[in-house]
Every structure is written in C-alpha cells, then in structure tokens.
Ligand binder design. Structure first.
Ligand code: T4K
Length: 369
C-alpha cells in the first residue's frame, strides 16, 4: 500500500522498447534523419486522421510552434492572452516583439473569460491567444464572435487539448490556428515535439516554409524562417505512440473516475467540472483547495510531497507575476482577481497510464486524513 517509489504528477507513456526497434532499423537503413522524411510525412497524415483535422505541421516543440503560428499570421502590436498558463504561452508573444495584454479567466473552465476580453481590446490589438487549459475547451463560439466583431485573429494554445472534441468535431478546428505540445509530460508525446493545426493548404505551406528557414526549394528562401523541424526519430516514436492512444485515453479516464469518486465529498476540495466530463482527455487532474479545507493548498502540497507524492501547482505563480511581466499594465491584481484566486488554490494530482490503484488511493486517503 505505502509504496516507497515517488509518485510524480505525470509519467510519459512508453511502449515496450522492442516495438520501437523496427522504426530505428528503418531510420538506420534509410539514413534519413530529418528534413521531412517518411516518418514525418506519415505522422502528419495519421495525426490528421486521429484528430479529425485537415492540416497539421509538425514541430520540434510546442513553444516554437506558438512562435511560428504568430509569425504565420503576421501578428504584431498587442495580443490578449491568459495569465493562467505555462510561461511559454506569453514568451511566444515576446519572441515576436508583441506586447502581451492579460485578461482574467473565468472560474469554471479556468480559461479566458470571454466577457472580459472586449474591455482589453485597444487600437493596437491584433489577436487573441487563449489556452484550452488542462484540455478544457474555451468558449470558442463566443470568442469567435468577439474576434469577428473586432477583426482579430485567434490562435489557440491547445497544448493540453490533444484529442478533445466539442460539438462533434475536433476542438482544434476552432480559431485561425491551434498549437499542440508533444512534450514528454503530455498525453501524446514524441519526447519533445509540437504542431500547428491550420485550415488551408496555403497556410500549411507557409507554416512549413517558416519552420524550415524560409526555404521553398533548394536555392530559394522567401522569408526569415527558423528551424522548427521535427526529426525522424521523434516522428517515428509518435507513430508508435499513436497506436497506443486507445489504451492511454482509457487508462487516464479510469484514474480520473477513481479520483472523482474518492474526492467527491471532501469539504474544501472542489473538482472542476471538466474532470467529470465525458469528453475530457484527462491530461491533468486539477483540484481546487479552498478555505473550507483544513490545510492551505501549499500545506497540502507539502504533505503529499513528504509522503512521496509530487503533485504540481500548475499554474502558480501566474505568468503575470514573473519578473519580466509583473510591471506591464494588465498585470495588476485588480485586473486578474479570478486568476489570482485559482492560482492560489490549484493543485494537479498525479494522473497517467499505469498509475496504480494503490497509489491513487494513497493520494485520496492523504486528502481525507
Ligand atoms: N503552452 C502550454 C499551455 C504548455 O503547458 C506548454 C508546456 C507549452 C505551451 C510549451 O510546450 P513545449 O515547448 O514544452 O512542448 C512541464 C513541461 O516541461 C512543459 O512542456 C509543460 N507545458 C508544463 C505544463 O509542464 P515542468 O517544469 O513542470 O516539467 P518537469 O520536468 O518538472 O516534469 C514534471 C514531471 O513529469 C516530473 O516531476 C516527472 C515527470 N517527467 C518529466 C519529464 C520531462 C517524466 O517522468 N519524464 C520526463 O521526461 O514543465
């Protein structure tokens, strides 16, 4: 029952190593290591089918995918975004010389509150960069209405939203572009990796040029691109991982169901509604530790840690509290009261395929005792 091995917030899904050998042999045989090889092409095709999207461009990580998505749409000026995310979301703006403008989140989804976006729009605003935090869908239709009204682009940071469906289709089909992260800690991983989902062949072509230094052919470079290419070894691992997605989704769902049941009547522990949703990909298991709980969120975090359970405070501190962002006008606490409260109450519990029932019970029991 009391296993000594540490329990992390996540562990990557790794298929049997033997299953990977044939892919490695094929790479050794072809000597094609990168630059859009066969596994890269195959993974793009299979991901389009798996996710239900038209065009995907693979990247070496999710951060460079965000940086390139903003470049591809030619965004400048100001972009409205959430302070409640991993810091890469805002960093990608700054790497494009764009000024981030933080807008508050709403408590239920922990995503940008659409009703607060319009107040943040200025004459310099060119786009909105929301995050489907924990894979929980943003209010995509309302955000689209606002964007249409003010002629703004929308780029969704969908790093957590692999495989999430809404209104019978992929969540990734909303907005002008969506980006994914395939980092080791994500539900679908290629060790490191990422992607941009686009909706036209022309946009995909532009994105593919941008991630390949701006090359269109052997001797022609049409813009100042970057190197954001995914290698063959990462793409091959993605192909193998994709075969295992049914069991990955199922195992995550069963962990979430055990938590949902075990935590439902603990005073002071709030289970966000997306944890209970049939359409969640269960990429994270966030809970809120409110004032009714006998311990503060940080005390609970420490208690779990001293028992070998490494939960995480995703996302505390807010991005707007980091030194490089805390002095921008929209970072004031009066502008972000909901995000500040959620950041002070959030705790992400361990969830991953292979997490044993004993380890889940150990976590639940520590929250109950
Ligand atoms: N946008 C959003 C909304 C994101 O969440 C992220 C990434 C991005 C953009 C950028 O995408 P990438 O450029 O990363 O593709 C982790 C990840 O490094 C980061 O990818 C992720 N978000 C963020 C939410 O979490 P840390 O600093 O918490 O990672 P780390 O190394 O502490 O790992 C957490 C736990 O996972 C470890 O305690 C053990 C386990 N782990 C981790 C790694 C790396 C493993 O078992 N094996 C591993 O290889 O940031």
């Amino acid at each position: 029952m009391n296993s000594k091995k540490p329990i992390y917030v996540t562990q990557p899904y790794l298929p049997d190593l033997k299953e990977f050998y044939p892919y490695l042999e094929a790479i050794w045989e072809s000597k094609n290591l990168t630059n859009g090889g066969i596994f890269h092409q195959q993974l793009e095709e299979e991901l389009c089918r798996h996710l239900g999207v038209k065009y995907i461009s693979l990247f070496s990580n999710g951060t460079i995918a965000l940086v390139v998505a903003l470049q591809a749409l030619g965004i400048k000026g100001e972009v409205i975004t959430t302070p409640y995310s991993f810091v890469a979301t805002t960093n990608s703006l700054v790497w494009n010389g764009i000024s981030p403008v933080f807008s508050d989140i709403e408590p239920a989804s922990m995503n940008l509150d659409p009703e607060k976006i319009e107040a943040a729009i200025s004459k310099d605003t060119q786009a909105i960069l929301p995050v489907h935090c924990y894979g929980s869908p943003c209010h995509v239709e309302r955000i689209q209405e606002i964007a249409n009204k003010h002629h703004l682009k929308i780029i969704y940071d969908a790093s957590h939203a692999f495989g999430v469906k809404i209104n019978g289709q992929s969540l990734l089909n909303y907005g002008d572009l969506s980006t994914l992260s395939f980092h080791a800690t994500k539900i679908f991983n290629t060790f490191e990796g990422g992607a941009i989902i686009s909706h036209s062949a022309e946009m995909k072509r532009r994105i593919d040029q941008l991630k390949n230094f701006g090359f269109v052919d052997e001797v022609t470079v049409v813009e100042s691109g970057i190197n954001g290419k995914m290698s063959e070894i990462n793409a091959a691992f993605g192909l193998l991982q994709l075969k295992h997605m049914p069991e990955i989704y199922a195992e995550r769902e069963s962990v979430a169901n055990i938590y949902n049941e075990g935590l439902k009547n603990i005073s002071g522990i709030v289970i966000p509604k997306d944890n209970l949703s049939q359409t969640s990909n269960h990429s994270y298991y966030p809970i809120l530790v409110d004032k009714k709980f006998p311990l503060s969120r940080d005390e609970l975090y420490e208690k779990l840690k001293s028992n070998g359970i490494f939960s995480r405070r995703y996302f505390y501190p807010l991005i707007s509290e980091f030194p490089m962002y805390k002095n921008i006008p929209s970072s004031t606490s009066s502008n972000l009261p909901v995000a500040l409260r959620i950041a002070s109450e959030i705790l992400c519990l361990p969830i991953y395929p292979g997490l044993s029932k004993d380890d889940i019970s150990k976590t639940i029991n520590l929250l109950k005792s």
